[in-house]
Design a protein around this ligand. Structure first.
Ligand code: NAP
Length: 259
């Protein structure tokens, strides 16, 4: 299927690795020019070069912390006018509800709620003016089914989800769609870090922790960044214009619910 977005321009945040990179690659495969971002310049440049040489699209790499105002200014200046925005950033650390101070909550809200909101506020007006735009926010399955040890993530992402639910309806009439992609467990560095913590806590090996987690997923394995990216590319495609304000769960059936 031709996604109908060849020649469009996408800003994909936090995209040197993992799910952000999966989205960037899937868009590049459809002929979309990219602005990539991450904090670490080396991995970012390597990813940018790999995508350029594999897909032949233009790729601009901006090393910056997207969760800071300075970082966002740098990224948005380099990005200029974009047709597609994929928001993403690292997730907050796990812990117990008793662990977190006000500062911890502010940091999580900044990273996983206020940053995507600021990016949307910056990019939506131009998309609306042009009459076409796509926004995909990478959130988490924790929006639908809480992950108890990720209380900071549960809180921040619930806030973003509320914002998107209303705003998506306000901009849809201008040809702009906003949707959220909710990853369940996917094989990335983030999953390794979470499994490492679980292995340590339970006194088992990393492989055992992985196998234990994979067994809780009906598909029987972790998701891949490629699968995740393909869904993102579809939402960003010409065919996604009637999908508005949705929270699309990619979790291999892990959440046991009828609806
Ligand atoms: P990952 O493999 O650790 O990759 C994170 C990417 O984001 C890297 O490129 C990283 O590069 C970049 N990044 C992190 N913080 C950044 C920041 N402040 N500014 C700019 N770039 C930043 O993580 P992932 O698994 O793809 O996860 C992506 C998001 O999905 C996270 O919010 C995570 O919590 C959420 N999620 C993931 C899973 C899963 O199973 N993987 C499940 C549910 C939710 P630098 O470190 O160089 O900046």
């Amino acid at each position: 299927m031709d996604m109908g977005i060849r020649g469009k321009r996408a800003l994909v945040c936090a995209s040197s690795k993992g799910l952000g990179r999966g989205c960037a690659e899937a868009l590049a495969a459809e002929g979309v020019d990219l602005i990539l971002n991450a904090r670490g310049a080396e991995a970012l440049e390597a990813t940018a070069e790999e995508i350029r040489s594999t897909f032949g699209v233009n790729v601009t790499a901006v090393a910056a912390d997207i969760t800071t105002e300075d970082g966002r200014t740098k990224v948005l200046e380099a990005a200029g006018d974009v047709d597609i925005l994929v928001t993403n950033a690292g997730g907050p650390p796990p812990g117990m509800w008793t662990d977190w101070s006000r500062e911890d909550f502010i940091k999580a809200l900044d990273a996983n709620m206020l940053t995507p909101i600021a990016l949307m506020q910056a990019c939506l007006p131009k998309m609306m003016e042009k009459g076409w735009g796509r926004v995909v926010n990478i959130t988490s399955q924790s929006v639908k089914a809480p992950i108890a040890v990720l209380g900071l993530s549960n809180s921040a992402r619930a806030g973003l989800t509320g914002f998107v639910a209303g705003t998506a309806r306000q901009v849809a009439g201008k040809g702009v769609t906003i949707n959220n992609l909710l990853p369940g467990i996917h094989a990335t560095d983030r999953a390794d870090a979470l499994d490492g913590g679980a292995a340590k806590q339970q006194g088992i090996s990393l492989d055992e922790a992985r196998a234990k987690r994979a067994a809780t997923v009906p598909v029987g394995r972790y998701g891949t960044a490629q699968e995740f990216g393909a869904t993102c590319a579809f939402l960003c495609s010409a065919h996604g214009g009637y999908i508005v304000g949705q929270n699309i769960l990619l979790d291999g059936g892990a959440m046991n619910a009828t609806l």
